[in-house]
Design a protein around this ligand. Structure first.
Ligand code: ADP
Length: 331
């Protein structure tokens, strides 16, 4: 029996944080036995916000080492720019995506505000268009499932709309309409501001690096925003959620009861959460040290896996070109 397909991607814009891991990447790892998996480090997406050209390539490799350290298998990993069919399909999809819908994407609104706050207030067309390229990332592998965090649900909806419009235009159910697959904790909030999601692009204090220094992790949790004005404030809820995600469900339940009784000391909650995150982080760091010991071999392996995965993408693009009326020289 053919395995169902899974696709998901992550941007090489900096460190991997606990939001990425508990919200999405943990599922990548867990789904590998049951599904045929394609996991992309999407470097073209990392160019959509102002970035440092000297750092991008290094960030891409670093993120690959990070993915491997948390348990992603190298055969399932590829680098987006090594599979140029993504951008080609992305261009074709520009003609199947409506301006009004793309303009409404909340990530575009959030990130364009951040861009505007930057040095010259520049907002790129790439930032606007990135959900369309994302639709190509997903559909080019005809993925059945997309393990992502809740922040991506609107983009997945757009992907299904593009697939639908395409299918209607060509008169057959060519693209599978992909479904999201959430973890038990699909939205981890920033500990510095529990009303916004934990995110790399929001700045240093808004994410906790899973490979970070122990002292920094402890400091970030110690200064986590909690409010005793209301029971179960967003900050407390988020800390309990992090504890559950680390596998300490019983402890989280016990502390939640204490919060409801009004007996929970936030310093105690923070100590327990910091211990749990540090414990996880130590496991990842040990594994990463083993991986980076042989960087050259890993880099070659990822170039090979990207070439193998590219074959799947080429086949889809060939079929798409035929379907939409473009000339085609088959690879
Ligand atoms: P970021 O938002 O930090 O730039 P990416 O856009 O590279 O991260 O996201 C990679 C994956 O991590 C996506 O599947 C995304 O949904 C997930 N993710 C990112 N932030 C969070 C969060 N705070 N909670 C849950 N999942 C998240």
């Amino acid at each position: 029996m053919n395995k169902k397909r899974v696709l998901s991607c992550i941007q090489p814009t900096g460190d991997m944080h606990f939001g990425n891991y508990f919200g999405a990447v943990k599922n990548w790892v867990d789904m590998q036995d049951e599904y045929e998996c394609f996991y992309g480090v999407v470097d073209y997406h990392a160019m959509t916000m102002p970035y440092d050209v000297k750092k991008l390539r290094n960030n891409t490799w670093e993120l690959i080492f990070n993915c491997l350290a948390v348990g992603v298998k190298p055969d399932n990993l590829f680098v987006q720019s090594l599979v140029p069919e993504h951008t080609e399909l992305g261009w074709i999809f520009n003609n199947f995506a409506g301006m009004g819908r793309v303009e409404n994407m909340t990530q575009f609104k959030d990130k364009s505000i951040q861009s505007k706050l930057g040095k010259d207030g520049f907002i790129s067309v790439g930032l606007f268009d990135y959900p369309v390229l994302q639709a190509a990332d997903i559909l080019i592998y005809k993925a059945d499932f997309v393990p992502v965090g809740k922040d991506q649900s609107q983009h997945l909806e757009l992907t299904r709309e593009i697939a639908n419009r395409f299918n209607n235009m060509v008169g057959k159910e060519y693209f599978v309409l992909p479904e999201t697959k959430y973890t038990a904790t699909p939205k981890i909030m920033s500990t510095a501001d529990p009303l916004r999601k934990m995110s790399k692009s929001a700045g240093e204090k808004h994410f906790i690096n899973i490979f970070g220094e122990e002292a920094r992790i402890r400091k970030q949790i110690k200064s986590a925003v909690t409010s005793s004005d209301t029971k179960m404030s967003e900050g407390v809820k988020n800390l309990l959620q992090l504890l559950t995600a680390c596998g300490y469900n019983d402890k989280a339940d016990e502390l939640e009861k204490m919060e409801m009784d009004g007996t929970l000391k936030y310093s105690e909650l923070k100590d327990v959460v910091a211990d749990a995150l540090v414990e996880r982080s130590e496991i990842f760091k040990t594994k990463k040290a083993e991986i980076v010991a042989d960087k050259k071999a890993i880099k070659n392996q990822i170039k090979d896996s990207s070439s193998a995965i590219r074959k799947v993408a080429q086949q889809t693009l060939n079929e798409v070109k035929d379907l939409v009326g473009l000339l085609n020289v088959k690879h």
